[in-house]
Design a protein. Structure first.
Length: 607
DNA sequence: TCGTGACGCACC
DNA sequence: AAACGGTGCGTCACGA
C-alpha cells in the first residue's frame, strides 16, 4: 500500500493506493466500515466509453477523510473486488455518475440498472442549489468549479493543475494523457484519490442547501438521469454507407467553392476578417456590427448578395464544411463496433434544467427542414423509427402557468392561436406567430422587427396585439419579474429555484416556461419508463421523444406512448402528436414525392 | 502548444 | 417603456 497524505484546508486526507493483492484486505475493511455511503469515481482511457478496448484504469472509493485507489486496469482480483464493492455499498456518491456507470456497464458488464438506484450525484445536487453555469454568474457544476467555491480554491488549483503538469511531463496533450499515464504515477494517484473525497464532501455540504421547494426534485432528477443513460447506452444505429456518401459529397462541394473563392482572391472562407475585407473589396457595404464592433459577416448578409459569385462561394463552402464536420464526420468517427452512435445526454444541461444532447448525436442541431442528417440514423432490424412530440409545448405551458383565459380557450377549442394574435394586431399570421414566440423568449418589438423583417410600427402593433389578446400573459410576466427583483430568483411550478440576473428580469418568463416545459417532458420520460417503454426509447429532444418499435406494431405503440406523455396542467391539455417515420429517422422529414431507398416508397406527405 | 473568447449557425 | 430565453460545436485569433 502506498499512502499519500494530503491537506484539505485544516483536514488531513489519507489516500491509500492499492499496489498488490496483499493490500486488498485493508480495502475490504474500509468498505465494510463505510458501507452505508461512499464516494466513488473512476479514471478511464478517455471519454469514448463505447470503443472496443476502452479501459477503466483506476477505481476510487472514499469518504470525507480517506480514500482507496485500485488499479482495475490490471484486472483480476482488483477489478473483481471493485465490482463487489460497487454492488455492496448502499449509497454511491459520484460527480456525474452517469459517465462512470456507463463505463462500468460497457467495460465490466455491471448493469447500470443495479447502480443507478443507489446513486447520489453531487452534480445533480449542485444544479438544484444553483442552476447557473460559471459564465452565467453562478458557481458552475464541474468538480473543479464546485471544489473551488465550496471546499478549497487551493485544492481545485492543485487537482486541476496536477494533470496539466503530468501531461507536460509526459510531453503529450492534456486530452491524451489518460491512456498513457502509468498507473502508479503519484500525481495521478493523488488526483484520482481526491475525486471521491471531494464528491462525498460536496454532496454532504450541498444537500442541505437545496431549497425546500426543490427537495422533492432530487429523486426525480436521479430517475431521469438513469433513464437518459439507458437511452445513451443503447445508442442509435448509423447507416454508414449513407453517412459516408454524404460526407464525400460535402467534401467535394467544399473543395469546389473554396477553389471559386480562391480564384476570386479569398484565401480562407472561414476567417471572418478575411471574408469581411474581401466582400468590401467587391463594393458591398457591411452595415451590421458584432457586439465587439467588428463588421458583421453572417448568413443574412451573404444571402442578401447571393448573386455575387464570391458571396455564394463563401456561403455554400462554409455550409458544406460545417455540415460535414459537425454531423457526418462526427458520426463516422464516433461509431462503436456495431456502427451505433451514443449521444451524451446532460439531463440537467441548461440553467432551466432543460436537457442538452451532444457528442456523437448532437440532436439539438439537426436540420429540421429536411432528411439530410436524420436519414443517417436507422432503426434496428424489423423496427421503425417513431416519435411523439408535444404540440406547441411552450405556449401550452404558458397558457397553463399564466392562466390566460383566451389562450386556454384557444387550446381547448383548437383555434389558431397565432391567427388570434394576427387579428388582434392587424398583422399577418406569420408576424403574429413570431410575436408569440418572441414574447416567450422575453423579446420586444425591436427584436421582432429585425427578425420578421417588418417595420418597427408593425412590430409594435404585433406585440401589443399579442398582449391585448392574451392579457394575463403580460400580468404573469410582471408578477414573475417582481418576484425575481424581490428575491433574486423565481420558483417554478415544480419547485425549482431559478436565479434571475438583476439586469435581465424580463428573462424570468422564459425561465418559468422553459423549465416547466422541460419538466413536462421529464415526467413523461419517467412515466414511459415505468410503463415498460424503456427498451424502445432512443432519445429525448426537448419537446419530443424518439422511439423504435417493431414495425408491425409501430402505430399502436407510438399512439399508446403519446397517451402516456400527455398531461393536463392547470386545466390545459399538454397535447401530443404521433409520428411513425419508417426505417430511418429521416423518413419523417422527406419532401413530398421524394423516394426513400430504405423503405422503398415515395413519400406522400410533407412534414 | 494549449486554452479561451468571439463569432456564427444548427436547433427548441 | 423596453428588454431575444436556452443549448453545442467549429473555426479563427490571440495571449499565456
Amino acid at each position: 500500500m502506498k499512502v499519500i497524505d494530503y491537506k484539505l484546508n485544516a483536514d488531513l486526507v489519507r489516500i491509500n493506493v492499492v499496489e498488490d493483492e496483499s493490500d486488498l484486505p485493508e480495502f475490504h475493511r474500509f468498505v465494510e466500515a463505510n458501507h452505508n455511503a461512499l464516494g466513488f469515481d473512476t479514471e478511464t482511457d478517455g471519454l469514448s466509453w463505447w470503443e472496443d478496448g476502452f479501459r477503466i484504469r483506476l477505481a476510487q472509493f472514499g469518504n470525507a477523510y480517506e480514500s482507496y485507489v485500485l488499479p482495475t486496469e490490471r484486472g483480476g482480483q482488483f477489478q473483481e473486488d471493485v465490482i463487489k464493492a460497487v454492488g455492496w455499498v448502499k449509497k454511491l456518491v459520484m460527480q456525474n455518475g452517469t459517465y462512470d456507470i456507463l463505463c462500468m456497464d460497457r467495460v465490466w458488464g455491471v448493469k447500470a440498472e443495479t447502480v443507478f438506484p443507489r446513486l447520489l450525484d453531487s452534480r445533480i445536487i449542485a444544479h438544484l442549489v444553483d442552476s447557473r453555469g460559471r459564465k452565467d454568474g453562478g458557481i458552475g457544476h464541474s468538480l473543479e468549479e464546485l471544489t473551488r467555491h465550496y471546499l478549497s480554491a487551493a485544492v481545485a488549483d492543485e487537482v486541476k493543475g496536477s494533470m496539466t503538469a503530468i501531461a507536460k511531463e509526459l510531453r503529450v496533450k492534456k486530452a491524451e494523457v489518460w491512456p498513457l499515464i502509468p498507473l502508479e504515477h503519484e500525481g495521478f494517484n493523488l488526483y484520482a484519490g481526491m475525486d471521491p473525497v471531494l464528491a462525498y464532501r460536496l454532496a454532504k455540504l450541498l444537500k442541505p442547501k437545496i431549497p425546500a421547494t426543490a427537495r422533492k426534485l432530487l429523486a426525480y432528477e436521479h430517475e431521469l438521469a438513469a433513464v437518459c443513460a439507458y437511452m445513451v447506452r443503447k445508442g442509435i444505429k448509423a447507416d454508414v454507407p449513407y453517412v459516408r456518401d454524404r460526407a464525400n459529397e460535402l467534401a467535394r462541394t467544399e473543395v469546389h467553392f473554396k477553389e471559386v473563392a480562391a480564384r476570386l482572391g479569398l484565401e480562407n472562407i472561414n476567417s471572418p476578417k478575411q471574408v469581411g475585407e474581401a466582400i468590401v473589396a467587391r463594393g458591398i457595404t457591411i452595415t451590421g456590427r458584432t457586439p465587439t464592433g467588428q463588421p458583421k459577416v453572417d448568413d443574412h448578409l451573404l444571402k442578401a448578395h447571393i448573386d455575387d459569385p464570391l458571396c455564394e462561394a463563401i456561403y455554400q463552402g462554409k455550409k458544406a464544411a460545417k455540415a460535414k464536420s459537425t454531423w457526418f464526420d462526427n458520426a463516422l468517427n464516433n461509431r462503436d463496433s456495431d456502427d451505433r452512435l451514443h449521444a451524451a445526454i446532460n439531463s440537467m444541461g441548461a440553467r432551466t434544467a432543460r436537457m442538452s444532447i451532444s457528442g456523437a448525436i448532437p440532436a439539438q442541431t439537426f436540420p429540421s427542414g429536411d432528411s439530410l442528417v436524420r436519414r443517417g440514423f436507422i432503426a434496428d432490424e424489423g423496427m421503425s423509427i417513431c416519435a411523439v412530440d408535444y404540440k406547441a409545448q411552450e405556449l401550452r405551458v404558458l397558457a397553463a402557468l399564466s392562466g390566460d383565459k383566451a389562450m386556454k380557450k384557444a387550446f381547448r377549442e383548437g383555434t389558431d392561436l397565432h391567427q388570434i394574435t394576427a387579428d388582434s394586431a392587424g398583422v399577418d399570421r406569420s408576424t403574429g406567430k413570431m410575436a408569440g414566440f418572441l414574447t416567450v423568449y422575453g423579446g420586444g418589438w425591436a427584436a421582432l422587427a429585425s427578425q420578421a423583417g417588418v417595420s418597427e410600427e408593425t412590430a409594435r402593433r404585433a406585440i401589443d396585439g399579442f398582449f391585448a389578446a392574451f392579457p394575463r400573459v403580460k400580468e404573469y410576466s410582471e408578477e414573475l419579474q417582481k418576484e425575481a427583483r424581490r428575491n433574486g430568483y423565481i420558483t417554478t411550478i415544480t419547485g425549482r429555484r431559478l436565479l434571475v440576473d438583476r439586469q435581465r428580469p424580463y428573462a424570468a418568463l422564459n425561465y418559468a416556461v422553459q423549465s416547466a416545459s422541460r419538466d413536462v417532458t421529464g415526467r413523461a420520460i419517467i412515466r414511459l419508463f415505468e410503463a415498460g417503454y424503456g427498451p424502445f426509447m432512443l432519445l429525448p429532444v426537448h419537446d419530443e421523444v424518439i422511439f423504435q418499435f417493431p414495425s408491425e406494431h409501430a402505430l399502436a405503440a407510438t399512439t399508446k406512448a403519446a397517451q402516456i406523455m400527455k398531461e393536463t396542467m392547470s386545466g390545459v391539455l399538454i397535447d401530443t402528436d404521433v409520428s411513425v417515420y419508417g426505417k430511418s429517422w429521416g423518413c419523417g422529414y422527406m419532401a413530398k414525392g421524394q423516394y426513400c431507398d430504405l423503405c422503398d416508397i415515395i413519400h406522400q406527405e410533407e412534414k
